[in-house]
Unconditional design. Sequence first.
Length: 498
Amino acid sequence: MLPGLIDSHLHAVDSAMYEFDHRVPDMETLADVLKYVKARADSLPTGEWVTLSQVFITRLREQRYPTRAELDQAAPRNPVVFSTGPDAVLSSLALKLSGIDKNYKVPEGVPCRIERNPESREPTGMLRNCSPIIKSKPSEKQPTREDFLERTKMLLADYNSVGITSIADGDTSDEQVEIFQQLKESGQLSCRTFLVLHVEASDPFDQIAARVHRAAQNPLHQYDNLLWLRGIKSYLDGGMLTGSAYMLQPWGISKVYSITDPAYRGMRYIEPDPLYKLARLALENGFQFTVHAVGDGAVQAIMEAYERVNKDFPVRDQRPCITHANFMNADIIRKMKELGVVANLQPDWLYLDGATLEKQFGDERLAYFQPYKTLFDEGVMVGGGSDHMQKIGSLRSINPYNPFLGMWITLTRQPRWTDRPLHPEQRITREQAIRLYTLNNAYLTFEEKQKGSLETNKLADFIVLDKDILTCPLDEVKDLQVEQTYLGGRLIYSRPGS
Ligand SMILES: [Zn+2]
């Protein structure tokens, strides 16, 4: 028996809706991608948009983006957007319909980068963080509110089936807040949910302030063990699978990531002053603040902002957070401990992408990649999550939300497609791996007194496993099955046939 598991970072509603219109096949190669683009184009009228999001090129065997020409060939009569994280490749027709040509100037205030052929100045098709200027229109059938509720409920039930009883929804929109609220009111919210409200950092500051003040007045901001609006999140940098995480050192020229500038360090979206003001605004209004910060440059930047706020008032009680924090260093970790900053990490990335990252950055630059052991040793509170963003199904989803896979990754640090563990000195013990998904995550959401361990006077969220996680062979940890899941003492999942 274990306490009910907690996933510290996922995107439930988006994930639930990802395949609402049609099933999206697994794609392992560029041929799979182009076949899918062609099939979609064939099924749509001429001129309708084919959009494919969050297929990470680093997870394709060829490890590169499709080219503009390949997209043109797969769908000559339909504009195509192939996007992954904030970055995208557009077909010629998509560029044309968006008005992006060799004379195009990015509007003031949009932190977007258009990759161009150095001689002709023609866009290559590769756009970084440019979604506001891409004029795509949905061609899928549009879900009703009922569809949203139904599919989200389905996903939550699937979370329960792998032992998850609590989630932190990592970037919630206003519409999504309403969906969670409606599920709660109708008694169908089967995971306790900590909401982290999305704030668009590029909005004018008075608009952001109004949004945060409104959130502070929302009745959901009062503690409730089922649904609590208690976090604010913004995006500080790009991603490591898309070549845009903001690093302290240059990325280095790369074919995989289409990087041609040797000094390029990635994309930083919020400058120091606005970042400080934003962090301060959230923290002083009773919210945990967090940013998406993947590269060590971004992690250092948010730490500098927290240090500055900490001179105005102590930040510790609001447990300021860093989401992802994949690349760190000893200094950053020491400062996190000093200020009481918590870390929200996702082991899946190590497993799915470790091999690619090693190729790009080399072993040494990965010495503090997801440094679980150092974080535990230094006393920084670290929690584990999936960053689930697509599809329902604990292993077919992206990223997989099976918490036992996540725990196994922290025990072995074994990336797929290689036989060499990634900095095995950063492995943790089974007890610590369990903590990542229980008590530590409860701390990340200010609920260590309510849940995260099996103790009297706590909420009776617990699960029964088919084997003892502490004594089973190491490789069986990732295959552990949940026999039963209880939420508040009530049986909400029972394994078929058990
Ligand atoms: Zn996320």
